[in-house]
Every structure is written in structure tokens, then in C-alpha cells.
Design a protein around this ligand. Structure first.
Ligand code: GDG
Length: 748
């Protein structure tokens, strides 16, 4: 059994991450090495390939199950990606995974090709396991992090996460179809599942039709209004939250497949495969997980009838069917295997000769190189799924055919058929139609084959998996709408505020004026930003303030602000309103609390090598960056628990490998309000990149301008991409201010 609830809380993650992917399975497989050692092997799927660069760039972590029941593993690094395993017990595996995921949802979402089973105890396990995944994500996510949840096994995670961590940006992608309401509505827990999904900001589907089915189910079950891809979800009290539900067709690592296909050894292997099959005129290929959605029976039936009718001859045509083992503990899958193997045996018995085999049936998984060699050896690729979210096999075949040859026969019931229109499209239920299409494919003239393959290849090149993940994440984080420089609406806002009587320009420092760097002491504002600040502050009618989470002392050192700049440090606890003085007068009780706080945290930190404390005027920060493994998180937990048990009214903030305590609660919003009063500002521009800047944006009025730097959720009206663009923005503001002063309208 896995650890009980109380012990699980002790499974710390040693770090928080800005980007988290949550999927049922991890991108690595557990193997028991010699002498019971733990080994991890990559399982290089398309998803991993797509997300690897994003994960590395964004300090990402992957949360999922390691593929073995009743085992717990601490978080670890694999190939530069942080891995956080979630444990499953053998019972949960049966009820949540094999049961509810694969014997309830899978058949239901694939249009009940097989009858779904509904069991209350499976549902309970599904809820329980979804909660465990959500908790793991909530613990590992930094403030405002992006969490991307994958697939039908985890549909409740978005809502659970939103409830515990409303600061997060949550995405969900459904890899399988979403059925029409008439089918979906069979699910006894139909409201809970949709509510679970609606916790996300963006819900992605493979096809536009899936997104449409989902929106219809939302309208029918909840009555929420939807317009286009937007669903308005009423949130308690406030304005409705806008959820995007639209299609993002997944794809493959197109270049990676082509590169393999061009390798000499892989081409030789393709040749070898052809020869070993007796060099038939036509090799037809099917590659599928052994699943009833893939239409393997229909394919075999059509092929058998073509041989029976003499329209194809066993000397000319061989069908290679790779049926990789799948879900073998689920009864429906065991039955399917029996049925298919019976059909293959019959057909081979009826039509094979000593020289020629009708079907080469392979119930194995193969290395990727072998798959590519098979794709190259195949003249006709048969994809006859009865329902399939996308079907990557179709795209992989196309990606490998750099010779612009080969025919793809593709079921209309795959997501891929929306894009791959130049394939020979079939309805696999129509056996006569399927037979005609197979014959057409085997006889298609070379020119026609090349024409179609070129068009297909262009499509798969243009939309590869990197494009897929980028467009999903852009929609999720809003980064898609950040153009370089200053946008027209922002320029218009600058022009509007340029004529205001007393202007306050308040700016966050790290990530806004200064690019983010590894060592905080190295941060510096860009030269252009500094120059623009000087220009702005030179006139009596404008004041510039720097508003930071840093202690004022450290801010003064790195920012070296021009004279007259107002400074706010420690999230607003410290305020320097004139060069002489810093306003931070702790009350007696606060001073006492600070002393007690210091001694508690110092005592705890003294036992951990590498931990250090940064003292601030009204609090302190416990840095655990130099600690290894779980030690950092354990130390943070211990410190937080002790402090919370012994002191009241302490504000605690979690950062990256740092835990901050403050005896006076303050935020950048309060700080901005005081700065505004001090300056007597008639309008304020606030620019910031961090979640803590949201408090400041929240205080802005109609005549003010809020600008968020970079990605991430924000209530600011405008965005720019980077500190470079902030410099541009400040220069333009200075220009506009100068121009307004010179304009005659100021001096009527
Ligand atoms: C789900 C949705 C959607 C298969 N056998 C071997 C092997 N494979 C690889 C194929 C392909 C992948 O497995 C199968 O992907 P599909 O898309 O065809 O189907 P599902 O497994 O059902 O995937 C589907 C997909 O999620 C992604 O969103 O397209 O609709 O059902 O990549 O090449 N790979 C290797 N050896 C094998 O024996 N190496």
C-alpha cells in the first residue's frame, strides 16, 4: 500500500517550479536494476519531445505515476527534467486506472464502441487519485506557475488545483475524443467531470468537433453561456471567469522522424524487411496499440474478403500488422486479442502459401528505428480507426516518406483526417467502401501518390508537435498577444496620460527594469531604462518610484537609482520618501516578534549546512538554495511549522528556494497607495512582472495604466515582453510628457 495521508504530507518536493506538466504516466519508466537498484529509462513519446525544450527553459517539473504499483520514489532529475513521482497502490491501479479510466471513460469517450462499465467504487478511486495528483501539483508550483494537465485520467485535477491554488494558470489537454451529449450524458458523474475540467483556464481538444461537444455539454448541464470558444463560468461573487475550450490538434516530432528515416542503417533495414517478406509488389502496414478503437478487425475482414474475391492475390500483397500489447489486464482487451488472433489465424490458414504469408502479425512493441524502417518498407499504410482522438501513426508515416511515395489510407473518424485531407479517406464501417479504397491504394499511379504525399508532408511539417505545444501555451499564458515593443493601444494610453498634472511612474525592479539573473546581487537596470527614469524624474511634475520585494538596502545597491527616486522595499514594509529617511518604525510588539522570529529560524537553520538567513527590517528570508535533495523543503516546512505554532500574525511567502517571514503585513498595493498620496499623483503608471505586482495593479483607477511584463496571469490592462521593452515604454512616456508640456493646450 502507499503511504497514508499523514505520511504523504512528508513527501516534500525540494523546490517549486514555474511550469508543471501533470500526466498519468511519467516520461520515464521504472526498472529494477541489478541488486534491486532503481533505474529510470526514458520513454520517448511525442509529448516528451514537445515539452522538453519548454520544460528546460521554464524550470519545469513533470508529475506522474512511475508505472509500478505500491512503490514510492522521491523526486529526482532525469535528463535535465525534474521528475515528481506520484504513488498508486495496486487497488488504485485496478479501480482508477484499469477501471474508471480504461473501462469507463475510454469506451464512453470513443462513442461506446465497447460498452462502458459504471462502478461507484471506481469513481471514488478516480476522485481520490485525482486529488493526490492535484495536491502534488499544488505543492510543487511556484506563485502564478503554469500547470498543464494531460488527458482523461485527470479530468478533476483542474478544479481541485484551482480551489487550493487560485493563483495558478491551469491548462488541460484531452488526447482522446469528447463524445456527443447523447453519449456523454450516460456518465453518472457527468456534472462532476465537466465541473472538474472547467477549473482550467484553457481546455484543449484534438478536433473542433470535440470542443463543440464539450461546450454543448456545458450548456446542457450547467446552462453557462458560451460564445465561440469562450465559456463564461460564474465564479462565487465576482465576474464570470472566461474559460477557453478549443481545438489544438496534436502532432509529432516531424523532423526527428524524417531524420531517422534518412539514416542509412534504417533504410537498409527497410530493404531487409521487404526481402524477408519475399519482395511482394505491395506491402500494407497497420501499426496500432491492440485496442478495439483502432478498427483492426475491420481491416482484417476487408483484406480477407479481397483475397477471397480474388481482387488481391497473396503473391502480390502482404499485410504487416503490428499490434503492440496494451491494457492486458482489462477483460475487453483480453477478448479483443483472442478475436484478432483467431481472425489472423483463420485468414492465414485460408490464404497463405508456403512462400507467401497473407498477414504477418506481430504482438510486440518495437524500437522506434524498427517502426521507421517498417514505415519506409510499406507501400500502403492502413489507419482504419473507428474513433481516434488524433492518430499519430498516420502522421509518423507521412513524416518518414521523404521519398514522396507511399499511400496513406485514413479513417474519417480520426482527428488526423481533419488535417490530412489528401489521404485516401475511408469509413471503416463500410466494408465494401474500405475494400475499394484498399484496391485503389494498391493501384494508385506514382504521380498521384507523389502529389498527395507532398501535400500531406507539408501539412505535417507545418504543424509539428512543437507548434502544437507553443500554440496551446500561448493561448494559456496570453503570451501569444505580446508583440515586441509597445503596442498601439499602450501607446494611446501613454499619450492619454502624458498631459496629467502630477504623474507617478512606479516600477518593479527585478524582471521589469533589470533582466532576471542567477545571482540577485548581479541584477542591474538596463542603461536605457535608467536614462529614461532620469529624464522622467528631472521634471517637477513627475516622480519615479521603484517598488520591490527586496530589502531597501539591497535595492539601493543594485538599482543605484537617480536622485529623487522614491523607493519601496520588502514588499512595501520599507518606504524611502526622501533621501534622508527610511520610514520603518516598528511598534514595540513588532520588534519583539522580530527578535523571537529570528531566534527560532536561526536555531532551525543552524542545524542545516548551506542554509542562510537574510535579515530584513521587518522580517527575514530563509534561503535554502544550497541545500540538496529534500533537505531544503524539509527545512522550510520545519521553520514554517515552528513559526506558525509559536507566533501569531506573521506573514509567510514562499519563493524559489526561499521562505520569507514578515512581522508586518504589507504588499505592493499598500505601498503604491502611500506613494500615490505622497506624490499627490493625478495619474499612475505601474509596471511589473511578478505575481506580487498584482496587488499594485489592483489599486489602479481608470486614468491609471498598468503594464505586465511577460507571460503569466495578470489583471493589468497592457503587456510588454521584456525589460528591453520596458525601457522603450519609459522613453516613449518621457517623449510624450515632453511633447505635452510644449503643447499650447497646457498653457491656455
Ligand atoms: C492517444 C489517442 C492520440 C505503437 N506501437 C509501437 C509504438 N507505437 C507508437 C506509435 C505512436 C503511438 O505509439 C500511438 O499513438 P496513436 O496516436 O496512434 O494512438 P494512442 O496510443 O491511442 O494515443 C490518440 C494520441 O493519444 C496523442 O494525443 O493521437 O488518438 O488515442 O507514436 O508510433 N512505438 C514504438 N514501438 C511500438 O511497437 N516505438
Amino acid at each position: 500500500m502507499h503511504a497514508p495521508e499523514s505520511e504523504r504530507d512528508e513527501l516534500y518536493v525540494d523546490h517549486v517550479y514555474d511550469m508543471i506538466v501533470v500526466s498519468n504516466r511519467l516520461p520515464v519508466d521504472y526498472r529494477e536494476g541489478p541488486d534491486g537498484t532503481t533505474q529510470w529509462n526514458s520513454s520517448p513519446g511525442g509529448l516528451v519531445t514537445a515539452l522538453e525544450p519548454v520544460m528546460r527553459a521554464a524550470d519545469g517539473a513533470w508529475i506522474g505515476w512511475a508505472g509500478v504499483a505500491d512503490r514510492e520514489f522521491p523526486p529526482f532529475e532525469h535528463d535535465g527534467i525534474s521528475i515528481i513521482p506520484v504513488p498508486l497502490s495496486a487497488d488504485e491501479l485496478e479501480d482508477y486506472y484499469e477501471g474508471f479510466s480504461n473501462d469507463t471513460l475510454w469506451p464512453l469517450y470513443h462513442d461506446v464502441i465497447a460498452p462502458p462499465s459504471f462502478h461507484r467504487e471506481w469513481w471514488e478511486a478516480y476522485v481520490r487519485v485525482n486529488r493526490r495528483f492535484a495536491e502534488a501539483a499544488a505543492r510543487a508550483a511556484s506563485d502564478g506557475a503554469v500547470v498543464w494537465v494531460q488527458d482523461y485520467q485527470l479530468q478533476l485535477v483542474p478544479r481541485m488545483l484551482r480551489e487550493s491554488r487560485p493563483d495558478l494558470v491551469i491548462g488541460f489537454f484531452n488526447h482522446i475524443p469528447f463524445p456527443a451529449y447523447g453519449i456523454y450524458s450516460q456518465l453518472p458523474w457527468r456534472r462532476q467531470v465537466i465541473d472538474g475540467l472547467l477549473g482550467a483556464d484553457v481546455i484543449g481538444f484534438q478536433r473542433a468537433a470535440d470542443a463543440g461537444n464539450f461546450s454543448r455539454a456545458v450548456r446542457r448541464l450547467f446552462g453557462y453561456s458560451t460564445h465561440g470558444t469562450i465559456i463564461d463560468v460564474p465564479d462565487d461573487g465576482g465576474d464570470p471567469r472566461r474559460v477557453v475550450a478549443r481545438h489544438f490538434p496534436i502532432s509529432i516530432d516531424t523532423a526527428g522522424f524524417e531524420e531517422l528515416a534518412r539514416r542509412a542503417d534504417v533504410q537498409e533495414r527497410a530493404q531487409e524487411i521487404r526481402e524477408s517478406l519475399g519482395n511482394p509488389e505491395t506491402i500494407m502496414l497497420g501499426v496500432d496499440r491492440l485496442d478495439y478503437t483502432k478498427g483492426i478487425r475491420h481491416r482484417i475482414k476487408a483484406f480477407g474478403e479481397l483475397l477471397r474475391d480474388g481482387r488481391l492475390k497473396v503473391e502480390d500483397v502482404t499485410l504487416v500488422q503490428v499490434a503492440s500489447p496494451s491494457r492486458e489486464r482489462v477483460e475487453t482487451y483480453r477478448q479483443l486479442r483472442d478475436e484478432i488472433e483467431l481472425a489472423v489465424g483463420r485468414l492465414n490458414g485460408d490464404y497463405s502459401t508456403l512462400e507467401h504469408q497473407a498477414i504477418a502479425y506481430l504482438h510486440h512493441g518495437y524500437p522506434r528505428e524498427e517502426m521507421v524502417a517498417l514505415y519506409l518498407a510499406a507501400d500502403v499504410m492502413l489507419v482504419t480507426a473507428l474513433r481516434d482522438g488524433m492518430n499519430l501513426v498516420a502522421k509518423e508515416y507521412v513524416a518518414c516518406r521523404f521519398d514522396d511515395d507511399g499511400v496513406l489510407l485514413l479513417s474519417e473518424f480520426t482527428g488526423a483526417s481533419d488535417e490530412l485531407r489528401q489521404a485516401v479517406l475511408v469509413n471503416p464501417h463500410d466494408i465494401e467502401g474500405l475494400k475499394d479504397a484498399i484496391v485503389e491504394a494498391t493501384r494508385m499511379p506514382k504521380r498521384e501518390r507523389s502529389r498527395r504525399m507532398r501535400a500531406l508532408r507539408k501539412r505535417v511539417r507545418d504543424n509539428d508537435v512543437a507548434h502544437w505545444s507553443a500554440s496551446f501555451l500561448e493561448t494559456l499564458t496570453g503570451a501569444g498577444i505580446i508583440k515586441p515593443g509597445v503596442s498601439d493601444p499602450l501607446q494611446a494610453a501613454i499619450n492619454r496620460m502624458a498631459g496629467t498634472e502630477r504623474l507617478l511612474v512606479a516600477l518593479d525592479f527585478d524582471g521589469t527594469l533589470a533582466p532576471l539573473v542567477d545571482r540577485p546581487e548581479d541584477a542591474r537596470a538596463t542603461d536605457r531604462a535608467r536614462a529614461a527614469i532620469e529624464r522622467l524624474g528631472a521634471a517637477d511634475d513627475t516622480r519615479v518610484a521603484i517598488v520591490s520585494g527586496r530589502a531597501l538596502e539591497s535595492l539601493g545597491q543594485v538599482a543605484s537609482p537617480p536622485e529623487g527616486t522614491l523607493l519601496s522595499g520588502s514588499h512595501g514594509v520599507e518606504l524611502q520618501l526622501d533621501p534622508a529617511g527610511v520610514t520603518i518604525d516598528l511598534r514595540e510588539s513588532e520588534t519583539a516578534k522580530l527578535e523571537r522570529l529570528s531566534s527560532i529560524v536561526e536555531e532551525i537553520a543552524s542545524g542545516a549546512d548551506g542554509a542562510w538567513i537574510e535579515h530584513k527590517p521587518a522580517g527575514l528570508a530563509l534561503h535554502t538554495r544550497r541545500l540538496t535533495g529534500n533537505a531544503g523543503t524539509a527545512l522550510q516546512h520545519a521553520a514554517r511549522n515552528r513559526v506558525e505554532a509559536e507566533l501569531l500574525g506573521i506573514t509567510v511567502r514562499t519563493g524559489k528556494s526561499v521562505l520569507e517571514f514578515a512581522v508586518r503585513s504589507s504588499d505592493k498595493g499598500e505601498s503604491l497607495t502611500r506613494l500615490r498620496q505622497h506624490v499627490g499623483a493625478t495619474a499612475v503608471m505601474y509596471v511589473g512582472d511578478d505575481v506580487t505586482d498584482e496587488d499594485a495593479f489592483a489599486t489602479l483607477d481608470a486614468e491609471d495604466v498598468g503594464v505586465k511584463v511577460g507571460q503569466g496571469k495578470s489583471i493589468a490592462t497592457y503587456r510588454v515582453r521584456s525589460p528591453e521593452d520596458v525601457a522603450d515604454l519609459l522613453e516613449r512616456l518621457a517623449d510624450a510628457r515632453d511633447a505635452a508640456r510644449e503643447a499650447p493646450s497646457r498653457w491656455p
